[in-house]
Design a protein around this ligand. Structure first.
Ligand code: ADP
Ligand code: MG
Length: 486
């Protein structure tokens, strides 16, 4: 085992999907569909003489997130100017929050592989405005200010994450919570949700954390995992060869699958923060907080617990089914249609998810698939009643339901897929196969138990996959026993 351990803290930027921007009535538009610079106003362009006005809907969304992340919501909020010059920021400063953020001291609970859970502490979440978007093309740079001024919540974790895998679990959980709250679509490809990973390594003998680097431009959770793993190895190699890790801003080069150094940080960034003079302090009354708390929808953790208690699912299964609200609703609908809880959980999270993946449909879009919950429950009940066997259901009926939109029963009738449980008919097929494959039967009788599955497979083939597996198996064993006696 390596003496080196991974230490990660994540900074997450989540746009809050309000209809207007953080400090003006300018509309918020889709970053891909809208024409560049079609949603701008004097304020988002940083024109002199403009004055910001706080979007209280954005504040409320931010408080919702803070509460969902188990944070304290301090009674006083204050905006601050973060001064720096960059062309995506026309004012020359970003309105952010500094020492009086919206939310502090929370945690996100993640499920680990072994079924246990771990709390990742959330240090703070603060409101700010998003910047414009630069595109570097043909030796020049273009800037789109549609995004400038969009409400943005920055959520900062403590360095409690101890592997790339845990970072992915934290990221997925956070995304899930934001989606449940309906404040952020979680779309990383459009930059609506963005992750930055602070990474360092820790030697078994260390008492303090070591120098960290920060990886930006991570456009998917998968890339974040790869980038963290790569960076951890890079740092270990440096220490092993007697060098040190220098604080740096890094990027992940997806095509080359490697880390690139964007810049080394000579000294701490100097943003000259000071209280934003154009905005009032925001008092967040306890009544307001409680009002918002009362309106919070059921969150993934809560639903997960319900699924464990009410349906007897394991924590891991329940976590899979509650990660997306739409999947949880589909599952609840299956139960309402009379499906057995564990069978339904199994079939949904293996067979249906596999089919959806093949069709490139995201789990969150389960509502759009051509199979309704009641139709899927119908398929499960045919299996339960023994009308069809599991493999026919999986390999033939389910895909046909997807293609045709028909009920399972109809497909089974039309295609003659009903299970064969007639012991006489099965007996004939067993005899046929044993006669034609006398060598296999002999090997079984000579003690080769493994050959049994091959014989079984041939009989199922003769029955076109429709045999009742339990009956086939028992008839086969009886016949082999007879052969042994003779
Ligand atoms: P700054 O104040 O310079 O932005 P912070 O201490 O606030 O830095 O940390 C920013 C992020 O970096 C947080 O998510 C934190 O958890 C993480 N972080 C801090 N120190 C380390 C470290 N040694 N290794 C990994 N992550 C770290
Ligand atoms: Mg930051």
């Amino acid at each position: 085992m390596s003496a080196w351990k991974t230490v990660v803290g994540l900074e997450v930027h989540a746009e809050l999907e309000t209809s207007s921007k953080m400090f003006s009535g300018c509309p918020v538009v889709d970053s891909v569909e809208a024409a560049p610079n079609s949603a701008v106003d004097p304020l988002s362009l940083g024109m002199p003489g403009t004055l910001p006005v706080i979007n209280m809907q954005a504040m409320e969304y931010g408080i919702m997130v803070g509460l969902a992340l188990n944070c304290e919501i301090p009674p006083i909020n204050q905006f601050a100017r973060k001064n720096y010059f960059y062309p995506d920021l026309p004012k020359g400063y970003q309105i952010s929050q500094y020492d009086r953020p919206l939310a502090i001291n929370g945690y996100v609970s993640i499920e680990l592989e072994d079924g246990s859970s771990k709390d990742i502490r959330v240090r703070r979440a603060h409101m700010e405005e998003d910047t414009g978007k630069l595109s570097h093309v043909m030796g020049g740079s273009l800037v789109d200010y549609n995004r400038a001024g969009v409400p943005l919540l920055e959520i900062v974790s403590e360095p409690d994450i101890s592997s790339a895998e845990e970072a992915a679990r934290y990221a997925r959980k956070l995304r899930s919570i934001l989606r449940y709250l309906g404040v952020n679509s979680g779309d990383m490809s459009k930059g609506i949700l963005r992750f930055e990973a602070n990474v360092s390594v820790r030697h078994g003998t260390d008492r303090e954390l070591r120098e960290r680097t920060e990886i930006k431009n991570l456009n998917s959770i998968r890339n974040m995992v790869k980038a963290i793993e790569y960076e951890v190895q890079r740092q270990i190699k440096l220490y092993r060869s007697g060098e040190t890790v220098k604080p740096a801003t890094l990027g992940w080069d997806e095509s080359a699958q490697r880390i690139t150094v964007q810049r080394y940080k000579e000294r701490a960034d100097e943003y000259r923060y000071f209280p934003e003079p154009d905005l009032p302090i925001v008092e967040v009354s306890r009544e307001w907080v409680e009002e918002i708390r009362a309106k919070l929808p059921a969150l993934p953790d809560e639903l997960q617990e319900t699924f464990v208690e009410d349906y007897g699912l394991s924590a891991v299964d329940a976590a899979v089914l509650t990660a997306e609200r739409a999947v949880a609703s589909f599952y609840e609908a299956l139960i309402e249609c009379g499906a057995e809880a564990k069978t339904a959980a199994n079939w949904l999270s293996t067979e249906l998810f596999r089919l959806m993946k093949r069709k490139e449909i995201e789990r969150e879009d389960i509502e759009s698939i051509p199979i309704s919950a009641s139709a899927f429950a119908g398929l499960l009940s045919l299996v339960q009643e023994g009308v069809i066997n599991q493999s026919t259901a999986r390999k033939q009926v389910l895909p046909a339901m997807w293609e045709t939109g028909k009920q399972a029963r109809t497909i089974v009738d039309e295609r003659g897929l009903a299970q064969v449980s007639d012991a006489n008919l099965i007996g004939e097929k067993v005899d046929q196969v044993l006669n034609a494959n006398a060598d296999m039967a002999q090997r079984y009788l000579a003690g080769n138990d493994k050959i049994l599955n091959a014989i079984f497979g041939r009989i199922m083939g003769e029955l076109r996959g429709k045999g009742d597996p339990a009956i086939v198996r028992s008839v086969l064993l009886d016949k082999l026993e007879d052969l042994k006696q003779n």
